[in-house]
Design a protein around this ligand. Structure first.
Ligand code: NAD
Ligand code: KPL
Length: 305
């Protein structure tokens, strides 16, 4: 029997991965928050994935963090701000050769998780797939994309990439996962906060071309200074391309704010500003953007961290 995939966090991406792995006949176990959520899940009878308008349900077995079985492969599918505490709770169950796959956007949470589990291998992911919940235990596959996976400490590809192949999860192993994560972080910093502050879709930023260009300049400087020159390459051109390609969409941060959900600001703009300070790089527009966003979130009564 192949190693089970334990999926921590039954939200959008966790469900998207769990259902596709289970559909391919691979062993999957879902870890939910507590016994109340476990009862709710069992009553629902499984996880439902809606793909191209067709709903299909996978009866993935579920458990809470207190279950006694050891874990060898853990997909961490919580938000960046929940990942560290969620993994700390499950840490006693991790086998000595455990591997964690971290699906969090941005940077900062990966190091915080790795510090909780020094004996485990932590693999980071950067994904352009899109999914959202349209009900309890129900997820809509909204945007086909790609997932890069890598381990900055060890270039050796894990054997379970075969499982992703079998499950039709488009992916590639990369030795440069940090470059991928920094590049995505820079894109998100140049686009997402401005869509919130200007209350617009991504395409609305074409009217704020100068502001976007200034931010791209500062972000590229930061990437160069913190040892990520490849992530800085043609940044502004790519930001403009993404703005055009996703013109009709609302950014993920816009959607979080619109739905009164906590954002991942500390792992995106907050992380960029923290690293700039550490490297003593003066980035006035990025810092001002961070202050404006924090002020805006507070004015809405939302967490600003
Ligand atoms: P989500 O909020 O839909 O799901 C997170 C789930 O984790 C929730 O169900 C939550 O209850 C659960 N959770 C939190 N703490 C837990 C704990 N201690 N034990 C058990 N469950 C716990 O979030 P998401 O949209 O799936 O995003 C996850 C990460 O993936 C984020 O960093 C996000 O930026 C990134 N991401 C998401 C998408 C997307 O389309 N949704 C795309 C790319 C990247
Ligand atoms: O990833 C994104 C998001 O909304 O989080 C894009 C579409 C690239 C905008 O930054």
């Amino acid at each position: 029997m192949s190693t089970p995939w334990h999926v921590l966090g039954a939200g959008s991406l966790g469900t998207l991965w769990a259902t596709r792995l289970a559909r391919a006949g691979l062993p999957v176990r879902l870890i939910v928050r507590d016994s109340t959520r476990l009862r709710s899940y069992e009553a629902a009878g499984g996880l439902t994935l809606v793909e191209n308008g067709q709903a299909s349900t996978q009866a993935v077995p579920a458990e809470t963090a207190d279950h006694p079985a050891p874990i060898r492969r853990l997909l961490v599918a919580c938000k960046a701000y929940d990942a560290e505490s969620a993994v700390a709770r499950i840490a006693p169950r991790l086998a000595v050769d455990a591997e964690l796959i971290l699906l969090q956007n941005g940077l900062g949470s990966q190091d915080a998780v790795a510090a909780q589990v020094p004996h485990a291998r932590c693999i980071s992911a950067s994904s352009t797939e899109g999914a959202f919940r349209d009900g309890d235990w129900r997820v809509v596959f909204a945007g086909h994309g790609f997932t890069w996976l890598g381990d900055a400490a060890n270039p050796l590809a894990p054997i379970w990439l075969d499982d992703l192949q079998a499950a039709n999860i488009p992916h590639e192993w990369t030795a440069d996962i940090l470059t991928r994560l920094w590049r995505k972080l820079a894109l998100n910093c140049a686009i997402n906060p401005l869509t919130v502050l200007h209350d617009c879709r991504n395409g609305g930023l074409t009217e704020h071309h100068c502001e976007v260009a200034t931010l791209c300049g500062e972000l590229a400087e930061l990437l160069e200074r913190c040892g990520q020159p490849a992530a800085a390459d043609n940044l502004q051109a790519e930001v403009e391309r993404v703005i055009q390609a996703t013109a009709a969409n609302y950014s993920s941060m816009y959607q979080d704010v619109a739905n009164q959900r906590r954002t991942e600001i500390s792992y995106l703009l907050g992380h960029a500003c923290k690293v700039a300070e550490r490297h003593q790089v003066n980035l006035p527009h990025l810092q001002q953007l961070q202050q404006r966003l924090v002020g805006h979130l507070r004015s809405l009564g939302l967490p600003s961290d």
